[in-house]
Design a protein around this ligand. Structure first.
Ligand code: AHG
Ligand code: MN
Ligand code: MN
Ligand code: MN
Length: 311
């Protein structure tokens, strides 16, 4: 009998004190919203939701129609379920405060927007804290993402390892397909946008990438963080979005990209660093702050940090 997300969460309730009925409800609500988003993603060309929404968001990015639609679906779900005390979205400038205490959710409603119109894997990323998201990522209660790829998969951690569910189109259920996701100790793939090579602020990083080429690593870069992290989790290797002269803190946002992904990667046995410290130890100062990201297999991340320390 296949294990559904709901039955998995109730099993965890018995094992983890922080997994309460309310948290189970909240995660089920997020899951339901991602199923609705998956439905829109898979028919986007027929719904007229491809292309730009004609506005610029707080990030200074041109918002895509699907960014907006996914954002509305998640906001609606979280508000109606009544279990979120605070809601933070990439697409909303301010944190929406609903009540003083409870579960604080941060999400990237649609990650990989530049890939929407070319039908390449995109995703949704979420992070759950107690009371406020403005805490180090190490304190997260849960984190995960859904990747809208050939399969729709949810990858989740409650702080006791990483599991993955696959959406069954027949039943409409997320069914447990990977009961234990463990990052390989070492991989053979590096993932970075090399177009920015000359702008990277670290010479050591350039030397590290050249070292990997000498070790016959291959390059895979999708341009959707969810897809690049998903491949790294399952195949190993390293994903990097570094600081460069233009983006001195890198491009990826801490609260709803770097921090949840770092929690998943560490829980799967890997490492996730800003280049100076573990991402999970960064104390947030601004809602949409960015951090450099170096994450993946222990061997590659440690080797990268070694090269960067040499300057
Ligand atoms: P989003 O679509 O949520 O704004 O995120 C896009 C991010 C991330 O998904 C990806 O890793 C990165 O942008 C790619 O950036 P470049 O196109 O600069 O490589
Ligand atoms: Mn964006
Ligand atoms: Mn994103
Ligand atoms: Mn996004």
């Amino acid at each position: 009998m296949a294990v559904t997300l709901t039955s998995y969460l109730f099993q965890q309730k018995g094992e983890l004190p922080h997994v309460t009925d309310e948290l189970v409800l909240l995660l089920n609500e997020i899951a339901a919203a991602t199923k609705e988003i998956a439905g829109k993603v898979r028919k986007a060309g027929l719904l007229g939701v491809l292309g730009s929404a004609g506005k610029v968001n707080v990030q200074g990015e041109e918002v895509q129609k699907l960014d907006e639609l996914a954002n509305e679906i998640l906001l609606e779900s979280l508000k109606s379920c009544g279990k979120a005390c605070q809601i933070t979205s990439e697409e909303v400038e301010d944190c929406l405060v609903v009540s003083e205490s409870g579960y604080a959710v941060a999400f990237d409603p649609l990650d990989g927007s530049s890939n929407i119109d070319v039908n390449v894997s995109i995703g949704t990323i979420f992070s759950v804290h107690k009371d406020s998201v403005m805490k180090p990522g190490r304190e997260q209660l849960a984190a995960g993402y859904v990747i809208y790829g050939p399969s729709t998969m949810m990858v989740l951690t409650l702080g006791n390892g990483v599991v993955a569910f696959t959406l069954d189109p027949e039943s409409g259920n997320y069914l447990l397909s990977h009961p234990e996701v463990k990052l390989p100790e070492k991989g053979k793939i590096y993932s970075i946008n090399e177009a920015n090579r000359d702008k990277w602020t670290s010479d050591g990083l350039r030397r590290f990438i050249d070292f990997l080429k000498g070790e016959k690593y291959t390059l895979r870069y999708v341009g959707s963080m969810v897809a690049d992290v998903h491949r790294t989790l399952f195949k190993g290797g390293v994903f990097i979005y570094p600081a460069d002269r233009k983006n001195t803190s890198g491009k990826l946002r801490l609260l709803y990209e770097a921090s949840p992904m770092a929690f998943l990667v560490e829980q799967a046995g890997g490492l996730a660093s800003t280049g100076e410290k573990p991402i999970l130890d960064v104390v947030p100062e601004k809602l949409h702050q960015r951090v450099p990201v170096i994450l993946g297999s222990r061997w590659e991340v440690e080797k990268c940090l070694e090269f960067m320390r040499e300057g």
